[in-house]
Design a protein around this ligand. Structure first.
Ligand SMILES: Cc1ncc(COP(=O)(O)O)c(C=O)c1O
Length: 410
């Protein structure tokens, strides 16, 4: 079984040296994904933003900044982190959901573009910052994604201003001298179908034609990656010949002279660059099922519990052993704490090291210390192959000390 893009010997070496659980990230894979997408956008005035919620470890953000990417930030914490790492405020879009006045003041002070997805927030921006520039997040009434929880367009979605309310947007903007300089949508996550992305792009481009002051149109992220071996990757050739071709025509006919077309993927850039290494603590057979219990859990990788998501799991210690069927589970006191059910994996023994693939996006960034389990370590494989421990594993005692001190107790 392939441990793409990592060499299994390197993973075993990292597990031996740094222990488990540990997330490992590969810089070269991130850069390759950036190049793949950038290549199919040649000929249009494109700017790539990185949706940092996918993974915000500093070395990764530094790769994004060095490659010239901007940022999609959705909270004051994300905003402050990317500013401290040197991202240019001009290339940051602040897209907080259910934004408070305090957050709005913070983002205005930071000089970043505000992406507004509620009429009432637009009204408040106008009242407090009359005459300012604004980006509008629309809901194009098209949504998609690998699971219902990640669909962010359509009539069940809390995100964006429904496209039918654009007249009201214009009225509010006119009443407060707001200049609509950006138009944004993001319809969901983990999308492998180019036809849905194209349908949604058509809606935003139609709307953008009617807004002469636009400086950018942001068609969002959502580009999927294949998690299963039988899934086909996003067809970038079709992406280019449909979506990018329509954008090219649109840009040529738009009155704004220096219009930028923005994309803001998270998963596409980082998912395949990460792996979570863990050790098998327990093999338990009930007669009906065999459980392989790991030294990690849903606190470190929530996607299976939250989205029923599939991650390929490889036995690094005995890759050639005959397969057996397992429920691979974690160490958290929840029955939702699983990584795979009924999965055929080369026979596992206690002490074996497993690799959970494609965990570079929405892995560590979704992690928690539920059950008071400390966070895993993180290791970065540089472009030249050198391996660096970028975040040591939290120790239980360090974790408890920090916890008590948050309550003023020592
Ligand atoms: C506004 C916005 N943009 C971009 C993204 C990134 O999505 P993905 O990782 O699927 O590209 C998200 C994810 O939730 C989002 O909410």
């Amino acid at each position: 079984m392939s441990t793409r893009p990592f060499h299994p010997d390197l993973l075993k070496q990292i597990a031996a040296e740094h222990g488990t659980p540990v997330f490992v990230y590969d810089e070269t894979t991130v850069k390759t994904r950036i190049d793949d997408l950038a290549r199919c956008l040649t000929g249009i005035p494109a700017r790539l933003l990185y949706a940092m919620k996918a993974n915000h470890c500093p070395p990764l953000l530094n790769v994004m900044r060095s490659a010239g990417l901007g940022i999609d930030a959705v909270s004051p914490g994300e905003l402050d982190l990317c500013l401290r790492l040197g991202f240019d405020p001009a290339n940051i879009l602040y897209s907080a959901n259910n934004m408070t006045d305090e957050e709005m003041h913070h983002a205005v002070k930071a000089g970043v573009a505000m992406n507004i997805g509620e009429l009432s927030r637009l009204e408040r921006l106008g009242q407090m910052y009359n005459g300012s520039d604004v980006c509008i997040r629309i809901n194009p009434q098209i949504g998609a994604g690998h699971h219902a929880h990640v669909v962010t367009g359509g009539d069940k979605s809390k995100f964006g201003i429904p496209i039918e309310q654009m007249d009201r947007v214009r009225e509010i903007a006119a009443a407060h001298d707001l200049r609509i300089i950006g138009l944004h949508q993001h319809i969901g996550s983990g999308i492998l179908r180019t036809d849905v992305l194209w349908d949604a792009a058509t809606v935003i481009l139609e709307t953008a034609r009617t807004l002469p002051d636009l400086r950018f149109v942001n068609v969002g992220g959502g580009l999927g990656v294949p998690y299963r071996d039988d899934e086909a990757p996003l067809d970038l050739e079709t992406f280019e010949s449909t979506i990018v071709a329509s954008i090219r025509q649109f840009v040529d006919s738009h009155p704004s002279a220096d219009l930028e077309i923005r994309f803001e993927p998270g998963r596409y850039f980082t998912a395949e660059s990460g792996v979570l290494l863990s050790r098998v603590n327990t093999i338990k057979s009930t007669g009906k099922r065999t459980f392989a219990g790991l030294d990690t859990g849903m606190g470190h990788l929530l996607r299976p519990a939250l989205y029923n998501a599939w991650h390929t799991i490889c036995n690094l210690s005995r890759p050639d052993a005959p397969p057996e069927t397992y429920d691979v589970v974690g160490n958290i006191c929840e029955s939702a704490d699983f990584f795979a059910r009924d999965r055929d994996i080369p026979k596992l023994s206690e002490g074996d090291i497993v690799a959970i693939l494609d965990t570079g996006a929405y892995g560590m960034s979704l992690s928690s210390t539920y059950n008071m389990r400390p966070l895993p370590a993180e290791v970065w494989i540089h472009g030249d192959g050198t391996v660096e421990l970028i975040r040591p594993r939290q120790t239980a005692s360090g974790f408890v000390t920090a916890y008590l001190s948050a309550y003023g107790r020592h």
